[in-house]
Design a protein around this ligand. Structure first.
Ligand code: M6R
Length: 608
């Protein structure tokens, strides 16, 4: 949520901030802004350069590329509004009364109202409605010649989440950084340092980064940096090419096309077919503790929570461990009862989702074993869980999560085998699952071949305003995922519901204007799905089925069919979800939406 980039070094800061910000725009794109110290014309000589604008950077590209901004120290921000409307004055950087302190902030200051009231009484003049501005005035209040000291005192007074980068004209030649529950990293280049909320912004300059931990303050200067304690260097594993569109019109389409690769990357080197088992190095340190676990709570948000729900079915059916799923924002407030044999599994692409991290903190406080399934190496979730497995899906830039979901499902399938083989799962069953998993990347590639056909269906259905998505058992969460994806990027109303639930109320909405996407592979609940489809057809609702290749009968009862290859029932979600991702993509693209940056949303939700 919101993107931060900062630069200090021998080069001109502005072009570096601009290109970094463009790479971060997926984190928030309501408005953006820059502050560069020691700029020359078009700003007045020796006067800092401050620029803020409402809208997307791409829309202001012409204007920005004509700006000549000198100066080697700067910060920039792209915003996803939380407090205060989307206006120029609410855009970052924010500054204090005297225009000495400039700050960008990612996160939320929960007690900003009371701080603001107090500061106003002390004579501070606020310009914006944004919570972040209180930080500037507090720093101003505590500033006594040393910026980091003023930042330290300020942060003692605030509650909430923050990743901040601050510059002061009165203590120049440095940027002060601090973080709590919002990602922030420090990029170490040659004679230059960068700060960013995401590796994507620094990758063209350096692959050496330090992830700041909560409550840490760092100071970067043109020739050195210091943090209040020693930190290990981490290597960024992504390549620049992976973070670019490779000729696709949108990141989302590129990322869907990478779904087979996401499965392949997740399973590479981890399947042990002869042993009917898997090797998950990240779990080695807790392998013995895992044997004692008799209850699993999976916590995630959005798309990751649907992966967790598929995981719940897998873990109960094949590892025979009672499992339940909680969404991050609910877990900590429902006062869950847990004991020492419960383990928490946290599923998150970014590893920075505030709701999921809050649940993780809650579980850690209860002394429970915690495992992470994360895509981003070195993310807060990866650092704070006791152990975990990386999904290795590569950078996911589109706000709508697609390939990362496949990585999560493949990882949960492997975790099921891992835990199952520690318990009662027979060798033959383990072998069956891992050998089917090994075939999945190729099968997923086959599904992608239907893209042109799915695009035609999108043309046919794009003007409907409402959609149901239905599925049962392993595909019930996939119905929810299909619906979320469609509404998220096409702004059409869509709901995902378990096939058996329709008749308990939802069926009332069905008519010829309310199409249903029915996920009905040939599996143990196929007959039940057929009954549900017939209930819809009897009420005139159009139906698109996602069915198993070779099932010709289904054509007789539905309007359109998309075929997927046969695989094990527990693995079908990894194939059935692909057409749904493509369908949403094509509908949104045909409707002319900004597919990668849907309105009102942002990629990583780092506020609760
Ligand atoms: O980074 P995470 O996997 O923790 O993100 C969780 C959700 O915010 C995310 O999946 C969201 O629902 C996506 N925009 C869905 O496409």
């Amino acid at each position: 949520m919101c993107g931060i980039v900062g630069y200090i070094g021998k080069k001109l800061a502005f072009p570096i901030l601009l290109s970094g910000l463009k790479r971060l725009e997926y984190r928030g794109y309501d408005s953006f802004g820059f502050f560069v110290l020691d700029s020359n014309p078009p700003a007045t000589p020796n006067k800092p350069f401050l620029f803020k604008k409402v809208g997307k950077i791409s829309e202001a590209e012409g204007e920005l590329s004509n700006l000549k901004v000198d100066g080697g120290i700067g910060i920039a921000h792209t915003r996803w509004a939380t407090t205060g409307a989307v206006t120029e004055v609410n855009a970052h950087p924010h500054f204090d009364c005297r225009e000495d302190i400039f700050l960008v902030h990612n996160g939320i200051i929960e007690n900003y109202r009371e701080i603001k009231e107090k500061l106003e009484k002390e004579g501070h003049k606020f310009r914006s409605q944004c919570d972040s501005e209180v930080l500037c005035h507090l720093i101003e209040k505590y500033f006594n010649g040393n910026l980091e000291e003023a930042v330290r005192k300020t942060l003692k007074e605030v509650r909430g989440a923050y990743g901040i980068a601050v510059i002061s004209k009165k203590d120049p030649q440095k940027i002060v950084l601090a973080k709590l529950s919002s990602p922030l990293l420090l990029g170490i280049g040659e004679d230059e340092f960068l700060v960013a909320s995401d590796p994507a912004a620094v990758i063209t300059h350096t692959r050496q980064v330090i992830n700041l931990d909560d409550n840490e303050i760092a100071v970067i200067k043109p020739d050195n940096f210091f943090i209040l304690k020693e930190k290990p260097l981490v290597q960024i594993e992504w390549t620049l090419e992976e973070a670019e569109k490779k000729g696709y019109p949108h990141f989302m389409l590129k990322e869907i096309m990478e779904e087979p690769e996401a499965i392949e990357n997740a399973i590479r080197g981890r399947l042990m077919i002869e042993e009917g088992s898997v090797k998950l190095g990240g779990l080695d340190s807790i392998s013995e503790k895992l044997r004692e676990i008799n209850r699993l709570i999976l916590v995630a948000c959005g798309t990751a929570s649907f992966a967790a729900r598929v995981g719940e079915y897998m873990l109960e059916e094949y590892a025979e461990i009672p499992a339940e799923v909680d969404i991050g924002s609910e877990f900590r407030y429902r006062k869950p009862v847990v004991d020492k044999n419960t383990a928490g599994i946290f599923v998150s692409q970014s590893g920075e989702t505030a709701d999921t991290l809050a649940a993780l903190k809650e579980m850690k406080q209860k002394g429970i074993l915690t495992l992470g399934i994360t895509n981003v190496v070195g993310s807060a979730q990866a650092r704070e869980t006791d152990a975990g497995v990386y999904t290795r899906s590569g950078p996911e830039i589109a706000v709508a999560s697609t390939k990362a979901f496949l990585g999560q499902l493949a990882t949960l399938a492997m975790l099921t085998v891992y835990l199952g083989r520690q318990r009662e799962m027979a060798l033959v069953m383990g072998k069956r699952i891992v050998s089917e998993l090994a075939k999945l990347p190729e099968l997923a590639k086959d599904v992608l071949k239907s893209a042109p056909e799915i695009e035609k269906l999108a043309k046919k259905y794009k003007d409907y305003k409402n959609f149901w998505f239905i599925g049962r058992k392993y595909n019930a969460p996939i119905a929810s995922e299909g619906a979320l994806k469609l509404k998220e990027i096409s702004y059409l109303h869509a709901e995902g519901v378990a096939g058996g639930e329709l008749k308990h109320g939802s069926l009332a909405l069905i008519d010829e204007n309310f199409p249903t996407v029915a996920i009905c592979p040939s599996d143990s609940v196929y007959e039940k799905m057929v009954s549900n489809i017939q209930e819809i057809k009897a009420r005139g609702g159009p139906v698109i089925a996602v069915a198993t290749e070779g099932n010709e009968d289904i054509k007789k009862i539905v309007d359109d069919v998309i075929y997927i290859p046969k695989t094990l029932e527990m693995l079908t979600p990894m194939l059935s979800v692909i057409p749904l991702h493509l369908f949403s993509y094509y509908v949104a693209a045909l409707l002319g939406h900004d597919v990668d940056r849907p309105k009102n949303l942002a990629k990583s939700v780092t506020v609760e």
